[in-house]
Write a protein that binds this ligand. Structure first.
Ligand code: SAJ
Length: 427
């Protein structure tokens, strides 16, 4: 799209997905607004400060910040609306589309005729057709002429130094050729990676679910291997790294204390639930979810057995849990396995302290040294850089008796040489 033809953009939801997208639109010359319900975030963003600890945002937001507002009427001015709201699951893993529905309703209330509305939130195949489109039609809009609806699944990878909103290839689907062409042209104007038009909006919705389910089942595969190899006394990490020397047809994933985040543990449930409505049972996806959901308990059991081998009960023992974030070097706690680990430690009557340098507010102790002084055993729940750099001698100095390395990120041999019981996940 050339400069003069560029319309005004409104990004609905300025979180991990929407904010980098809005920043990129500003950088590419679009008059860009952000509709965000959190007033604090709005204030920070308008002051050019990132509410999220993220390298891309901290570097680019000060230079290219959108105009953020809590007022949905801003949509009336805009030709391109990008919906980037969360699509969580509830405690029974049933998908919750309410954020998508309320965002769509806000767009309908303020629609500028002829606008392009793109849903970036991850949804199961069918949501654009069965949920989003009817809301526009119920308001009397003709989809494909009064409004163009497309789906371009988000692919933000928090904490990734290489891949970000500027260069990650995207897929786009729509309800008709004009909607598709408009959406493809828009994304080609802001993304340096390729844009693949999909056969229909359903295929575009399915892509994201498939790519994240692919990751979830591969993680479940190595988590099951870890449990098996613990019994066979095989170091699963060494085996995976060995298998990864094969330059084709193998993609390394690694076992851990659990699968967290807003994507991987959530997205498969969208397909499981929708396929069930059409009479198909995704056994394999469900087994993978069960295996990954079992890892926090497996981790706590490893601690239980290790303490018992020293004739120490879990009850009353002080255990330090290092890491609250679901993923290394980010400050995101969504679906973090740490919360399940803490609940299980509670059930065992263990006393615990937590420390995460990226999430100090939720840490019960605000620095590593103070925590090490107070506990007898450790669970590493997040492989933050700060934890991987700890000199194992510090554990010895603080009389740590057991370390369960939930991310297989510490030096097993160095720790064992110091006479500390070390157990990883599958090593
Ligand atoms: N995890 C493992 N073993 C692995 C990889 C991850 O246990 O081999 C755990 C992590 O510790 C974390 C969870 O799984 O708790 C998710 O990790 P992730 O690296 O997949 O991080 P996410 O949730 O940020 O996933 C994003 C996804 N991006 C999008 O959905 C757009 C995902 O598609 C990417 O594949 C992933 O980043 C990535 O590749 O890093």
């Amino acid at each position: 799209m050339s400069e003069q033809k560029k319309g005004k953009v409104c990004v609905v939801g300025l979180g991990y997905v929407g904010l980098p997208l809005a920043v990129r639109c500003v950088e590419k010359g679009y008059e860009t607004y952000g509709l965000e319900r959190d007033e604090n975030k709005v204030g920070l963003i308008n002051a050019g400060k990132s509410p999220i600890e993220e390298k891309f945002l901290e570097e680019n937001l000060p230079k290219f910040h959108p105009t953020a507002t809590t007022d949905e009427k801003i949509i009336k001015k805009c030709d391109i609306i990008l919906i980037c709201v969360p699509t969580p699951v509830d405690s029974l893993y049933v998908p919750d589309l309410s954020p998508v529905i309320s965002a769509t309703e806000a767009v309908v209330r303020n629609l500028k005729k002829g606008a392009l509305v793109v849903l970036e939130s991850t949804v199961n195949p069918g949501v654009s057709e069965e949920v989003v489109k009817p809301i526009f039609e119920a308001a009397g809009y003709k989809v494909g002429t009064d409004v163009f609806i497309a789906h371009c699944p988000e692919r933000i990878n928090p904490g990734d130094a290489k891949w970000n909103v500027t260069n990650i290839p995207r897929v786009v689907g729509s309800f008709n050729a004009k909607g598709l062409a408009t959406a493809v042209a828009f994304y080609e104007s802001i993304v340096d990676g390729g844009i693949r038009p999909m056969k229909s909006i359903r295929e575009a919705e399915a892509v994201k679910i498939v790519e994240n389910s692919f990751r979830d089942i591969n993680i479940a595969f190595v988590n099951e291997l870890a449990k098996s190899f613990d019994k066979l006394n095989i170091d699963v990490k060494d085996v995976i790294l060995g298998a990864a020397t094969k330059p084709f047809a193998f993609m390394a994933h690694f076992p851990s204390c659990g699968v967290g985040g807003h994507c991987i543990p959530v997205d498969p449930y969208y397909l499981i639930e929708r396929a069930k409505k059409s009479g198909f049972d995704h056994k394999f996806l469900k087994i993978a979810r069960e295996i990954n959901n079992s890892m926090p308990a497996y981790t706590v059991e490893l601690m239980h057995h290790a303490l018992n081998s020293l004739s120490i009960a879990m009850k009353g023992t002080k255990i330090g849990v290092l890491g609250i974030s679901y993923k290394a070097n980010v400050d995101d706690v969504r679906e973090s396995p740490t919360f399940k680990i803490l609940a299980l430690l509670d059930e065992h009557g263990a006393k615990y302290e937590t420390f995460d340098p990226h999430i100090l507010k939720k840490s019960s102790i605000k620095n590593l040294e103070s925590l090490l002084k107070k506990v007898d055993a450790l669970i590493i729940a997040t492989d933050h850089k700060e934890f991987k750099e700890i000199d194992p001698k510090i554990f010895k100095k603080n009389k740590i008796k057991v370390i369960i390395d939930g991310k297989n990120c510490l030096d097993k041999d160095a720790i064992k040489k110091l006479g500390i019981i070390y157990k990883g996940i599958g090593r």
